[in-house]
Design a binder for this molecule. Structure first.
Ligand SMILES: Cc1cc2nc3c(=O)[nH]c(=O)nc-3n(C[C@H](O)[C@H](O)[C@H](O)COP(=O)(O)OP(=O)(O)OC[C@H]3O[C@@H](n4cnc5c(N)ncnc54)[C@H](O)[C@@H]3O)c2cc1C
Length: 330
C-alpha cells in the first residue's frame, strides 16, 4: 500500500515523485514506456527557467536520476483502470495491480495522427512522430515535417542539420510557433516551406516513398521559399488562390500536428472536458477525493514543461496535505 502512486513518468509525474519522497511518503511511479515522456522527443529545451539550453534526453535522465536517488519505487506497467474500494484506490495495470491512499494521474498526451489511409502501416517505416529519436536514420536524405507550431519548427530545424533537404508543410499561411524559431527556420538554407499545403496521400510498398500534397496558391507564386520575405509575400498578396497537387519523393514524414489526450480510462473517477482533458484546477484535485491530475492530461491553457512541473508539485503537495490530515475518505 503506497501513500502516493503516480501514473506516468513524464516531467509532471517525476516532479510529483520528488515532492512526495521529500515529504517522507511512500511513492510509487508507474510508467508504461520510457521515463521522461515527451521530453525524450525534444531535441533542445531552451525555455525552462534556469537552464538556458539542455538536450531533452539529458533533462529526462537528470530527472530520472533525481527520483532514483530519492528512492521512489518504479514500475514498468501500462495502467488500464483506476477505481476506489473501501477508502483505498486500486490501480489495475496490464501486469499487476497496485493499492494506494492517493493517486496522481500524469499520463500526458499522445501524438495526433494525420488520419490518412496507410498511416498506421508506415509508422516506423517512413512515418515518425519524433525527429530526435529517428532523425539520424535519414542523414543526407530528403524528409518532410508536417505542422506549424513550436514542435514542427523544432523538428524541422533539428532535421535540417542532418538531412539534405527538409520540406516543412503547413496547412495555414503562417506558422503559430515562437518568432525565434520561425526566424531560424526562414534563415535555414535547406528547409523548404510549403504554406497553404496539406498532405493528402501516402504511397510506398513496404516503406513510405512518396507523399501527395495539395497546395492552395496563386499560380505565379513559387511553391516554396526559404527566406522570410518570400514566404510572407505569398501570404499577403491576397489574390485568388488555386489548388495544385504534387508528389514529393521523401524518405520520411515527421508528423508534428499536435497532441491529443488519452484519459478515457479515467472517466469513471474524473470528469473530462469536451476535448477529453481531465477537469481539475491548479490544485490538481479531481472530483474523486485522493485522485489528482497533473501535467498535459489536465484541462489548462498552456501545455509546457514548466506548467507540467508546476502541476506535479501542486498535485503532490495536495496529496501530502490530505495524507497528513489522516482523514482520507474516498
Ligand atoms: C517534440 C516536442 C517538443 C517539445 N518541446 C518543448 C519545449 O521546448 N519546451 C517546453 O516547455 N515544452 C515542450 N514540449 C511540451 C512538453 O514536452 C510537455 O508539455 C511536457 O513534457 C508534458 O509533461 P507530462 O508529464 O504532463 O506528460 P508526458 O511527457 O506526456 O508524460 C506522460 C507519461 O505518461 C506515460 N503514460 C501514459 N499513459 C500511461 C498509462 N496508461 N500507464 C502508464 N504510463 C502512462 C507516458 O508513457 C509518458 O511517459 C514539447 C513536446 C514535444 C512533443
Amino acid at each position: 500500500m503506497y501513500d502516493i502512486t503516480i501514473i506516468g513518468g513524464g516531467i509532471a509525474g517525476m516532479t510529483a515523485a520528488i515532492y512526495g519522497c521529500r515529504s517522507g511518503k511512500d511513492v510509487l511511479i508507474i510508467e508504461r514506456s520510457v521515463f521522461g515522456g515527451q521530453i525524450i522527443s525534444t531535441s533542445e529545451i531552451e525555455n525552462y527557467p534556469g537552464l538556458s539550453s539542455i538536450k531533452g534526453y539529458s533533462f529526462a535522465l537528470d530527472l530520472y536520476q533525481q527520483i532514483d536517488r530519492m528512492n521512489a519505487d518504479k514500475a514498468n506497467d501500462d495502467v488500464l483502470s483506476v477505481r476506489t474500494e473501501d477508502n483505498i484506490i486500486i490501480i489495475e495495470g496490464k501486469k499487476d495491480s497496485y493499492k494506494c491512499r492517493t493517486a496522481i494521474i500524469a499520463v500526458g498526451t499522445k501524438n495526433r495522427a494525420l488520419s490518412l489511409p496507410g498511416e498506421e502501416k508506415f509508422i516506423g517505416k517512413g512515418i515518425s512522430y519524433c525527429a530526435t529519436c529517428d532523425g539520424a536514420f535519414y542523414k543526407n536524405k530528403t524528409v518532410a515535417v508536417v505542422g506549424g507550431g513550436n514542435t514542427a519548427l523544432e523538428e524541422a530545424l533539428y532535421l535540417s542539420l542532418l538531412c539534405k533537404e527538409v520540406y516543412l508543410i503547413h496547412r495555414r499561411d503562417k506558422f503559430s510557433g515562437e518568432n525565434t524559431l520561425q526566424k531560424r527556420v526562414f534563415e535555414s538554407k535547406n528547409i523548404k516551406i510549403l504554406f497553404n499545403t496539406k498532405v493528402i496521400g501516402l504511397h510506398g510498398k513496404d516503406f513510405l516513398e512518396k507523399i501527395e500534397i495539395l497546395t492552395e496558391r496563386k499560380s505565379s507564386d513559387p511553391i516554396s521559399g526559404s527566406s522570410y520575405e518570400q514566404s510572407y509575400k505569398n501570404v499577403e498578396n491576397g489574390h485568388s488562390q488555386e489548388t495544385f497537387a504534387e508528389v514529393l519523393e521523401i524518405e520520411c514524414l515527421f508528423t508534428a500536428i499536435g497532441q491529443i489526450p488519452q484519459n478515457s480510462s479515467f472517466s469513471n473517477i474524473t470528469d473530462l472536458d469536451e476535448n477529453g482533458y481531465i477537469i481539475a484546477d491548479e490544485t490538481c484535485k479531481t472530483r474523486t477525493i485522493g485522485v489528482f491530475a497533473a501535467g498535459d492530461c489536465r484541462s489548462k491553457e498552456l501545455r509546457q514543461l514548466v506548467t507540467a512541473a508546476s502541476d506535479g508539485a501542486a498535485a503532490a503537495s495536495e496529496a501530502i496535505k490530505l495524507l497528513n490530515t489522516q482523514t482520507t475518505k474516498i
